[in-house]
Design a protein around this ligand. Structure first.
Ligand code: ZN
Length: 77
């Protein structure tokens, strides 16, 4: 299931039951509690715990990028 997060680029992921395309976004994954497959009407409950982990990981990357920017600005002076 973790690989679903990597599909965010294309705005959705494959339904685990019918393999149909379920359109979604990172924002929707975080803000809504469930998604419905448009092909088979399967209701998927969004795992808030893993979404939160993904958000934390993203924040860490952004923090790291900020630090790198700061460091390079400082170095350039
Ligand atoms: Zn489906």
């Amino acid at each position: 299931m973790m690989q679903n997060m990597n599909r965010d680029k294309v705005g959705g992921f494959s339904c685990p039951v019918c393999g149909g395309f379920i359109p979604t976004s990172m924002e929707e994954l975080v803000t809504s509690s469930s998604l419905v497959c448009p092909v088979c009407n399967l209701q998927l409950t969004i795992d808030k715990a893993s979404s939160q982990k993904a958000m934390e990981a993203m924040n860490k990357v952004m923090d790291a990028q900020k630090n790198v920017e700061k460091a390079s600005h400082f170095d350039g002076k």
